[in-house]
Design a protein around this ligand. Structure first.
Ligand code: ADP
Ligand code: MG
Length: 284
């Protein structure tokens, strides 16, 4: 996943290895995702009220906050479900504000979706095969038709192999031929992740992926995310449960009443009194 072809390295002007000057990898200066002054109003309700934060490439960033803080609305504005009332969303330095999910996915910014009704009648394997990268829907569809095993094209065979690999990675390969609709809540979450991963994204956004997931599957899902991060993927996780975020995310953004209340690592957030007060419902 995410293998890139690397061309001949350019000749590098010699730089003293012990130089104090940072090298050119300006990863932190160049956020993968940048939310700037985001606003979303629903009639008289201001759900997001000028939220700004950034996500570094390769990071596991958590977006937390009490119920009603505006996390899901922010998530939906980033992923093209809602058109923001104001502000901008930039991905890889480009303005992507208000672009639909499909267009964002093509650029590598993906979100999980609940398995739609029509997909719940299909098998787990078919679900993952239907979301392959750079392949038109017709071709993907053909590859799940009967007769597949006898007369499969090379490209389709690759899709099948990738699908199996993805299922194995999420440890749901034993469910490959079960209908998606028959899965438990937690298994569905793993399948939703598997579907998203098979599009070979740069960045994955997850809104409460652990809701209703049992502790064993929760651990599995978080382990998979950690592994994928090691592979260079970037994650933004919206979550109500602070503890999970504290344990796994190196950067945490706390929202409250539509605004970003605090940002930092787990230690900084834990010791931030405003955050505590927000969660306890006190005045901020
Ligand atoms: P969170 O995900 O942090 O719990 P939400 O983003 O879901 O918060 O909601 C933030 C605020 O916006 C809440 O007051 C909520 O009632 C309101 N809100 C969210 N979606 C809508 C909507 N579609 N229409 C009207 N109000 C909404
Ligand atoms: Mg929410």
């Amino acid at each position: 996943m995410g293998v890139r072809t690397v061309s001949e390295p350019e000749t590098v002007e010699s730089v003293a290895p012990d130089s104090d000057v940072p090298t050119t990898s300006a990863a932190i200066d160049e956020p993968l995702l940048e939310v700037d002054g985001l606003r979303k109003e629903f009639g008289g309700v201001t759900a997001v009220d000028g939220a700004s934060f950034a996500v570094a490439p390769g990071s596991f960033t958590g977006l937390i906050g009490p119920n009603g803080a505006g996390k899901s609305t922010t998530f939906n504005c980033i992923t093209g479900i809602h058109e923001p009332t104001g502000g901008t969303v930039r991905f890889e330095g480009q303005d992507v504000t208000g672009l639909p999910p499909y267009t964002l996915a093509k650029r590598g910014l993906v979100r999980t979706f609940q398995i739609a009704r029509e997909l719940s009648d299909m098998t787990v394997l078919e679900n993952v095969m239907l979301a392959p990268p750079k392949q038109d829907g017709e071709s993907a569809l053909r590859s799940v038709m009967p007769g597949l095993r006898n007369d499969v094209q090379e490209a389709e065979r690759a899709v099948l192999e990738d699908a199996w690999e993805t299922l194995e990675f999420f440890e749901i390969d034993h469910l490959a031929h079960d209908e998606a609709g028959s899965l438990s809540g937690g298994q569905r979450k793993l399948l939703e992740m598997a579907r998203v991963l098979s599009t070979e994204p740069e960045m994955v956004l997850l809104d409460e992926p652990l809701a209703g997931v049992n502790p064993t599957l929760e651990e599995k899902l978080l382990d998979r995310i950690d592994e994928l991060r090691a592979d260079g993927l970037t994650f933004l996780l919206v979550e109500h449960d602070m503890d999970v975020i504290m344990e796994h995310c190196e950067h945490i953004v706390v929202m409250h009443q539509g605004k970003v209340l605090a940002e930092g690592d787990a230690d900084a957030i834990r010791s931030d009194e405003r955050v505590l007060e927000a969660y306890l419902g006190g005045d901020v």
